[in-house]
Design a binder for this molecule. Structure first.
Ligand code: ZN
Length: 62
């Protein structure tokens, strides 16, 4: 039994966080799961950000 391997993480838009003078407030966040055994480093995924209105890199937050 693989307990504690799949953990819930939050992905946050990197452009929302770096671009402070964008029009719409807020940061795009996605909740997902990862396999800690396969992905020990921080996860990065390209997701659509409704605030940036385009696909951006979303990084795992901690
Ligand atoms: Zn964004």
């Amino acid at each position: 039994m693989a307990k504690g391997v799949r953990i819930v993480i939050t992905l946050e838009c990197t452009e929302c966080r770096s671009n402070t003078d964008k029009r719409s407030p807020g940061v795009s966040r996605y909740t997902t799961q990862k396999n800690r055994r396969n992905t020990s480093s921080r996860l990065e995924l390209k997701k659509f950000c409704p605030h940036c209105n385009k696909h951006t890199i979303h990084k795992e937050t901690k």
